[in-house]
Design a protein around this ligand. Sequence first.
Ligand code: HEM
Length: 222
Amino acid sequence: MSQVSPDGQELVQRYTLTVRIIHWAVALAYVLLFLSGFALFHPYFYWLTDLFGGGTMARVLHPFIGVALATLFLIYSAGIWRDNLLLPSDREWLRQAPKIMNKTIEFPVEGKYNAGQKLLFWVMLALVVGLLLTGLPIWRPYVAPSFGAPARRVFALLHAALGFGMFAAIGVHIYAAYWTRGSISAMVRGYVTRRWARFHYPGWSRAHARPDEKPGSGKQSA
Ligand code: HEM
């Protein structure tokens, strides 16, 4: 039996409770990393360390939160990477992206995510792995002593550059989530209306149709 919203619309599950908890835990870790990372990046932002109980605590906590984010994001990715594989129609989506974003044309998305979301997923994954691999060698007092000072300087530089990349990628992600009305509520409540699913992700909506709505069943709901 499918769920129905208070105003009588059919609901389709987009995210399970576990997926939503992991996603929002990643988001919280990201905010904490962003604030503590900025605090450590330049003395101008040092005042941000007050949020973590001072400079020493910010420096101690930042890498632990980073490892937590990377672990959670890798668990999250294990569940969704298949939905992010590019389909032939995604290449066309990318070619038409400016028109789609300007809402000059409508493009029927084939999978659970559009090609823009898919590309961003792979960029986020690369950035998270890159931040982990460049963060570990500069983690004092645990890992850093195994590396020489010149190597540590290079890793620190790369880590900061990847941090800026992550800041930009998450900025695009939040903007896109806000831009697609109904998607934040999907990640909060787990459900979307059938109408929303058909409009934004018609292929995914069809794949999650009730058995009596599947093509060939002889019945199609409005
Ligand atoms: C901090 C605020 C954040 C907000 C408001 C937010 C919002 C959302 C929303 C609304 C969706 C569902 C999109 C849909 O179903 O179409 C989503 C999915 C997703 N989020 Fe976030 N998110 C945030 C942080 C993050 C962070 C920090 C990461 C990773 C480092 C992340 C990675 C993802 C991924 C991979 C998906 C699935 C694919 C996609 O929709 O792009 N999110 N997010």
